[in-house]
Design a protein around this ligand. Sequence first.
Ligand code: HEM
Length: 236
Amino acid sequence: MKDFLAQPGFLAQASNFGADLSYSLALVFTGLFLYAWYLAKKSEGSKHRQLVIISMSTMILYFCAYYYARQLGVLSLEGKEGFGGPDEIYESVFKPILTTHLILVTLGLLIAPYLIVQGARASKKIEGQYFLKDEDQKMQPNTFKRVMLIIFGLWAVIQIVNLTRSNISTASHIAWALIFSSVALIASLEKLVEKMLPNGAKRHRVLGRGAMIIYALTLASSTLTYLMLYVIYPKV
Ligand code: HEM
């Protein structure tokens, strides 16, 4: 798989197939999310819901497959080893952009499932069309406990599967633990969000717009990273 991803790319002369596939899919996913925003603005609640669910599921599936294929090699492939420019540019320009990009990707991956659940709870279906309910939205203590148990259960299943695989690295175990702790942290933050934005419809609109801005910035930062690595400062 690694050899397959390392084949010559189709977008820039100096790039590889993995980087070009990743960048092209980033364009597709961001386009789908921004179109879903346009549908919400046009009050097309049902089409908006369908599109965010499809794009989020494919985006997460793709990230998991890509992460498995590269086995945490993303940083070493896209980091210092692949950058052919001067050291000062690497430290003062490239590294901050790459770090910002990775933070945005993580935020985007965490906020999407949260908004899918929040959006579903905050809306009602009238004659086949979804509308946001203009009322307070609170999570019951029992629901909160159930959510935490589901998160822990999923992590336990992945741990068991990973323990049966001989080639899994300690870094992978740490990465999974970090991913699930972040999801649990987001679920715990819900109580704070409830206080700040009690109305479910308003919460969905405010956080939804925040998420759409994160997706647009993710695309901007990945474009900059791609240009610096494969067009402006390719490794020769
Ligand atoms: C990643 C997930 C989601 C994101 C980022 C998101 C984002 C947004 C945004 C930004 C708006 C406000 C549009 C505007 O006025 O500027 C909105 C509205 C809305 N969303 Fe979502 N949403 C998501 C998931 C969902 C889901 C799963 C549902 C399920 C029913 C849903 C239902 C709605 C509805 C009904 C509206 C109101 C449309 C109207 O004004 O009539 N959303 N969403």
